[in-house]
Design a protein around this ligand. Sequence first.
Ligand SMILES: C[S@@+](CC[C@H](N)C(=O)[O-])C[C@H]1O[C@@H](n2cnc3c(N)ncnc32)[C@H](O)[C@@H]1O
Length: 619
Amino acid sequence: MGRRAKNKQDVPLPLEQERATGKVTKVLHDRLRHEKIQTRKRTANVGKTAPGKRAAETKAATSKRKRDEEAAKPKPKPKAKKTKVVEPESEEEEEEEEEEAESVVLLEGAPDDGWDNAPMASDSEDDGASMSEFDSDDDDDERQEPIALLQSDDEDSDSETGGMESYDEFDTADEDGEPVTFRDMEKRSRLLEAQQKAEEELAELEQLAAEEAAEGERALFTLPSAEQIEAEKEAPLDLQQVQLRIQEVIRVLNNFADLRDPERSREDYMTQLKRDMCFYYGYNEYLMDKMLQIFPVSEAVEFFEANETARPVTIRTNTLKTRRRDLAQALINRGVNLDPIGKWTKVGLTIFDSPVPVGATPEYMAGHYMIQAASSFLPVMALGPQENEKVLDMSAAPGGKTTYCSAMMKNTGLVVANDANKEREKALVANIHRLGISNTLVCNYDGREFPRVMGGFDRVLLDSPCSGTGVISKDASVKINKSQDDFTMLTHLQKELILSAIDSVNADSPTGGFLVYSTCSVTVDENEAIVNYALGKRPNVKLVDTGLDFGRPGFTSFRGHTFNSSLSLTRRFYPHAHNMDGFFVAKLQKTSNKITTTDDQVIVPTGSGARIKHKKRRN
Ligand SMILES: C[S@@+](CC[C@H](N)C(=O)[O-])C[C@H]1O[C@@H](n2cnc3c(N)ncnc32)[C@H](O)[C@@H]1O
């Protein structure tokens, strides 16, 4: 179904934050390097005009280079007086030292990298190597005018030594019969390097000019005719051809006025694009349409691509049993290659590779960590359960979030872990035991039975059942097995669950009064639309900031529907943007336990449940 996941792992962190950590891992280095190349390309493309103009620019660059080269040629020097000779250090050595110094400064001055400042064995030489590679890239940029720099360096050193020809005499002469001295040799070799660099830059410019000329000459892309589409049903194109057509159609759509076939409408292009993307990525038309409603086409492709790649394996330290640095050290000793997930969590680790299954290490068995997706940390962080509180996890199995709540509460207070699926609760119970959790009560109700079962919670987490469109990289069957009916049923359930969850919160809680609603889906009808519905039905709740400092704001309008403007306080996370599962997090605060709803009901939640009184209608 679609293309196979490549199982490539990466750090689940927005690039801006990765940079902010100051640590340069191999992965980050590659990504930065890639970005740099892209930036260079973009810079080169800025002001791209006609191929002719590019050619003129290239010509101008060539003659400038020639002028510079001419100016840089070593000139015959007057004989200098003999003087005491101090052999200068080679430029390479100086550069190396500078690079080292820069690396050290960068590492020392690096902001908190998420390790609580603990030196870790995983901060290995590789990182240093990556760092210096990265630095040398920078050097390239700084040496935009190598020849000019070379000249001024030479002048400086000459004046410092008062001309020191005598110490470096050689028995050689150049083509013009001039004696070649050691200093000349050095200078000539630097000149050669500079020339080579200039030639490389010229070649790059010429390559760009050639690409642009080819682009200009490329034939107008034409959509396949109805007959061709029919023929493709019998003899489908191969994936590569389809991918090329996807790119072409997107190119046309992005510059429709100039590149369109006047006989074809935007709709025609979109229809072909959807057909090709369904085939290439293996989605059904219904879901493809849904995704294209959320993302602009180019971003949709990024999303589909990200879904073909497994997200990084991440684990959460069980702080009831260990500290992250100790856990990391123990795993490193077993040959596990890991790093902190990012600045935003003090308990998460990304596992890059491991000689042993991470679900079978002695540390795992001893309950020192939970294998848990990075995105799954977020709703619990937003909920922020406190010690000694009473917390409800309304749909808890298999328990990643329940056990995180317990750890945050330091095993105090009470966590009610409920799930409607008894089978799934086996894993929940096993995790609770393994992680040494003692403040949790497991129950098996339909969440909609709350708060009749129990109410008055300081905080409630509703990690709702959903379509799973955010976790397609884990479960590719979502691509084809979701229909309109599924979404209708799911959203109905979600609406009922969120009202039950709100009614289970005690607005008068001295420490809490909060609800977090989350899903691992990216569709608007399972997220913003559900929260917007709840705001309408329960005027005694309001959206508050999630406290998560990344993620995109939720939609405040969508396809003609306008939501409450506070929906911008919700957060969306995407695989292609945040390198974690697609996720949605909303945090609500309950302001009162009493409400009069628009449909004539007064709801009075009590400590153990809610009584719903229907007002008698007066005729
Ligand atoms: C997204 S999963 C929860 C994952 C869990 N919070 C965790 O972090 O491990 C959704 C859960 O909702 C449960 N569920 C489905 N319908 C439910 C209902 N009506 N009431 C309560 N739980 C329900 C499912 O059994 C499933 O375990």
